[in-house]
Design a protein around this ligand. Structure first.
Ligand SMILES: Cc1cc2nc3c(=O)[nH]c(=O)nc-3n(C[C@H](O)[C@H](O)[C@H](O)COP(=O)(O)OP(=O)(O)OC[C@H]3O[C@@H](n4cnc5c(N)ncnc54)[C@H](O)[C@@H]3O)c2cc1C
Length: 457
């Protein structure tokens, strides 16, 4: 058995793992980074980037379809899915190449292969044992399904949906969370008949209810059928399509069924249990400094319970690298991590929802909703929606919740406001450029500071 060692051995080269590797090497540490697949993980190859490329193509399709309203004569002849996929692959390919170059330039030792934790600080890949002063587990997540619902043929997860080289005529999307609504939005823009089935009463159920309801209205207006508060019962498929039974007795029929019911931790069979790591239903449990119960073993990204987001993985990876370098980095609570749901219209939020704020602060909560109807750029884009602020009465803004085309681009300022605990007056005294959608952020704070400009008091 061969042996190698480094300051850091990182298992998994996705968002969490590679961010940790890059930052650690910047801080002078030697790093071994192990991945069984492609550097970049889910986000780059099967998640954030490919889906956002499809969403951009979807936006182009919508622009062509709606061009008449803007006085532009264009027709949408159809969607050439192989070409859409080629465009997407080009985007992914360029980023992949850049990332490979970056990792190489930082002297990170990449190891290709499946790793298994075989000692408290040792990972085995093939015939080699890699020992680290610190070990970081970053093996990510996989698309889950429901008991009795087998993936295959016309029943697929996001992994297979991204491989489709045609636009289905009709789709049932099981799950109205972030991944479900993204695909529903893409397929609808590409011309498919789409039905979303969600067991909870609302789409994107983790968001402020006002956002969920606004998204539901917008989706219905786009011709997306919603079946909310109804549980899935069964699915069968044959040459003609897939038949989905719901617990209320309804049967739905479509070309495809997308199962988007969440993602589970990718930890089975990796030796974590055997080494005595404390786990809960496959999740690796960590404290607020991302330490597992084993000394010098950390875990980052989707295998830890909480928000499954690439930028959370990046931040956690950087955090661990800085922590072991003795830089004492600041903990960012999950609630203050920005969240964007990329569909048309977009939903973006950070901080407490109104309900969470009321639970925490009781009556001492002030809420203000600025309607995008008063925002020039939103009118130009012909989008509707709002920016909702949740404030601790006479105190800082603790939550920002937005719906509308492109509002995801506003999340940067929103997360500074919440994380820097800004009062409405602090934001109101700053200037927001005209005419931008960002102005709506300024207007909302002006209103909450008691001096609304383009809004009724
Ligand atoms: C369809 C979809 C869309 C998404 N869109 C967004 C988005 O827009 N924004 C956002 O923030 N997040 C999005 N996400 C979530 C995001 O992709 C994940 O949160 C992120 O990739 C998690 O990073 P990670 O490092 O924890 O795990 P991963 O990216 O999953 O990386 C884990 C890596 O570990 C490797 N690995 C696993 N086990 C082993 C082993 N035993 N040995 C060696 N290597 C191993 C895998 O090959 C993989 O490369 C999306 C996810 C999906 C599925």
């Amino acid at each position: 058995m061969a042996a190698e060692s480094a300051d850091l051995v990182i298992l998994g080269g996705g968002s969490g793992g590679y961010a940790c590797a890059l930052r650690a090497s910047q801080l002078g540490k030697s790093v071994i980074l192990i991945d069984r697949d492609k550097l970049g993980g889910t986000c780059l190859h099967r998640g954030c980037i490919p889906t956002k490329a499809l969403l951009h193509a979807a936006e182009v399709a919508d622009s062509a379809r709606e061009s008449e309203a803007f006085g532009v004569r264009a027709t949408l002849d159809g969607i050439d899915m192989p070409k859409v996929n080629a465009y997407r692959d080009q985007v992914v390919g360029r980023l992949y190449k850049g990332l490979q170059g970056l990792v190489k330039s930082r002297n990170v030792h990449m190891v290709e292969g499946t790793g298994r934790l075989v000692g408290p600080n040792a990972v085995q890949v093939g015939d080699t044992i890699y020992t680290g002063t610190t070990v970081v587990l970053a093996t990510g997540s996989y698309a889950r399904t429901l008991p009795g619902l087998e993936i295959g043929g016309r029943i697929m997860t996001s992994d297979q949906a991204l491989e489709l080289d045609y636009v289905p005529k009709s789709v049932i999307v099981l799950g109205g969370g972030v991944i479900g609504v993204e695909f529903a939005s893409i397929w609808r823009s590409f011309g498919a008949e789409v039905t979303v089935v969600e067991a909870l009463p609302h789409l994107v159920p983790n968001e402020d209810e006002a956002c969920s309801k606004a998204l539901e209205r917008a989706f219905r207006k786009r011709g997306i059928t919603l079946s909310l508060g109804v549980r899935f019962a069964s699915a069968t498929q044959n040459a003609d399509g897939v038949q989905v039974g719901l617990e209320d007795g309804t049967t739905l029929q479509a070309d495809l069924l997308l199962v988007a019911v969440g993602r589970g931790p990718s930890t089975a069979g990796m030796g974590f249990d055997e080494q005595g790591i404390t786990m809960d239903r496959g999740w690796v449990l960590v404290d607020d400094r991302l330490r597992t119960n084993l000394p010098n073993v950390y875990a980052v990204g989707d295998i830890t319970p909480g928000l499954q987001l690439a930028h959370r993985g990046f931040q956690q990876g950087i955090f661990v690298a800085e922590e072991i370098a003795g830089l004492n980095p600041e903990v960012i609570p999950d609630i203050n991590i920005p969240r964007v749901t990329y569909c048309e219209p977009e939903v973006a939020s950070v901080g407490l929802t109104e309900a969470q704020a009321r639970e925490q602060y009781g009556e001492a909560v002030t809420v203000y909703e600025y309607n995008l109807g008063g925002n020039g750029k939103s009118q130009i884009l012909a989008t509707t929606g709002f920016i909702k602020l949740v404030q601790r009465t006479d105190g800082p803004v603790v939550g920002v919740h937005m719906v509308g085309s492109r509002v995801g681009e506003q999340i940067g300022e929103a997360q500074l406001i919440v994380n820097w605990e800004a009062n409405p007056q602090d934001v109101a005294s700053l200037i927001h450029a005209h005419p931008t959608q960002n102005e709506a952020m300024g207007e909302a704070h002006l209103a909450l500071a008691g001096k609304p400009l383009h809004a009724h008091a």
